[in-house]
Write a protein that binds this ligand. Structure first.
Ligand SMILES: O=C(O)C(=O)C[C@@H](O)[C@H](O)CO
Ligand SMILES: [Mg+2]
Length: 382
């Protein structure tokens, strides 16, 4: 079997799907994308074609190593997202050829169902109580929200109190009948992270995500010394070589690689097992589309340390497109009592609605995250 064609489709709300075709008619789908840089990743996928066209899609490991090493320069968000989507599609092909779901090819199920969580509150956290109440009716009991709006490197007690009061309200409304993660989203600089973590401690969030920016990862062990709140990060790290340093330095309790940013299934399986060796839990990042989620689940269902899975249904980013819009087997993505079952169809287990994808790709928006500014006019982390 040989790879004959790669086709990318940028689709609303801000995703990109990749179709890899073979000379024997077997097709694989992947989701290579960096939110806000879809066109750049699209070009990166096209630049990988010379390594792929005419090659045997079964040789995933060799194709992965070639894409990673052959271009001399390596790593980073764009290249590793391109490799990620291609890798997902190659695993999809392999599963379809062998008539097995990818998790079977990775050693079989380590659990029968996977715990899912839902975003609440939007870019500027608001209406949290009402949003949680509504999602609880749908069976969710675990949520994630932004902890703050813009926050200065050194901010006021009032700004800290605003973030803490929001969390206090959640505990007052729901007690310990629900769990919630707080995403600092890189908005909190090191000087304020310690302050916020201390004030949030009494409310026992399930975790705090990106307590500081990934480029400040050396603070993770220092911050972990000051709090019992589990620290989580990973969506802005792109290979096991980056995660290696973070695991070795310590401080992270939960690792959140993104299956569409960190080299795909092949790489994230390695990251997951490295994390397990450090007793770090796995909670793949996935505010993206159905193929990315299916790739996450392929890793979740074979990784002992997988504890939580993000999914984007109802997320505030999904304007103009929703998770199941491009999926024919929607019923397989049902979430019952906050859990998903394995996707059992061959490959990644997503039956892509290709007609819908092609139609939607005709006028895909160039999604960009907003550029926030502090009161003094300087750029704020979004
Ligand atoms: O889902 C998360 O945890 C996020 O922090 C969302 C962020 O990754 C946006 O997708 C960037 O555009
Ligand atoms: Mg995040």
């Amino acid at each position: 079997m040989k790879i004959i064609k790669l086709t990318t489709y940028r689709v609303p709300p801000r995703w990109m799907l990749l179709k890899i075709e073979t000379d024997e008619g077997v097709v694989g789908w992947g989701e290579p994308v960096i939110e806000g840089r879809a066109r750049t990743v699209e070009t990166a996928v096209q630049e990988m074609e010379p390594y792929l066209i005419g090659q045997d899609p079964a040789r995933i490991n060799d194709l992965w190593q070639t894409m990673y090493r052959a271009g001399f320069y390596r790593g980073g968000a764009i290249t590793m997202s391109a490799i990620a989507g291609i890798d997902q599609a190659l695993w999809d092909i392999k599963g379809k050829v062998m008539g097995k779901p990818v998790y079977e090819l990775l050693g079989g199920l380590v659990r029968d169902r996977m715990k899912m969580y839902s975003w609440v509150g939007g870019d500027r956290p608001s209406d949290i109580i009402e949003h949680i109440s509504k999602l609880r009716e749908g069976g969710f009991d675990t949520f994630k929200m932004n902890a703050t709006e813009e926050l200065g490197m050194l901010d006021t007690a009032a700004a800290v109190d605003k973030a803490v009061e929001r969390v206090a309200e959640i505990r007052a409304a729901f007690g310990n009948s629900i769990e919630f993660g707080l995403d600092f989203h890189g908005r909190v600089a090191a000087p304020m992270a310690k302050v916020l973590l201390r004030e949030l401690e009494p409310y026992r969030p399930l975790f705090v995500e990106e307590p500081v920016l990934a480029e400040q990862a050396e603070y993770y062990p220092r911050l972990a010394e000051t709090t019992s709140i589990p620290l989580a990060a990973g969506e802005r790290m792109y290979s096991r070589f980056e995660f290696k340093n973070v695991f070795h330095a310590g401080g992270l309790s939960i690792v959140q690689p993104d299956l569409s940013h960190a080299g795909g299934i092949t790489e994230c399986m390695k990251i997951a097992s490295m994390a397990e060796a450090y007793d770090i839990a796995l909670a793949p990042h996935c505010p993206l589309g159905p193929v990315a989620l299916a790739a996450c689940l392929s890793v979740d269902f074979v990784s002992y340390n997988a504890v939580l899975q993000e999914q984007s249904m109802g997320i505030h980013y999904n304007k103009g497109g929703e998770l199941l819009d491009y999926v024919l087997n929607k019923e397989d993505f049902r979430i019952t009592d906050g859990y998903m079952k394995p996707l059992t169809k061959p490959g990644l287990g997503v039956e892509v609605d290709e007609e819908r994808v092609i139609a939607a790709s005709k006028n895909a928006p160039d999604w960009r995250n907003p550029v926030w500014r502090h009161a003094d006019g300087s750029v704020a982390e979004w």
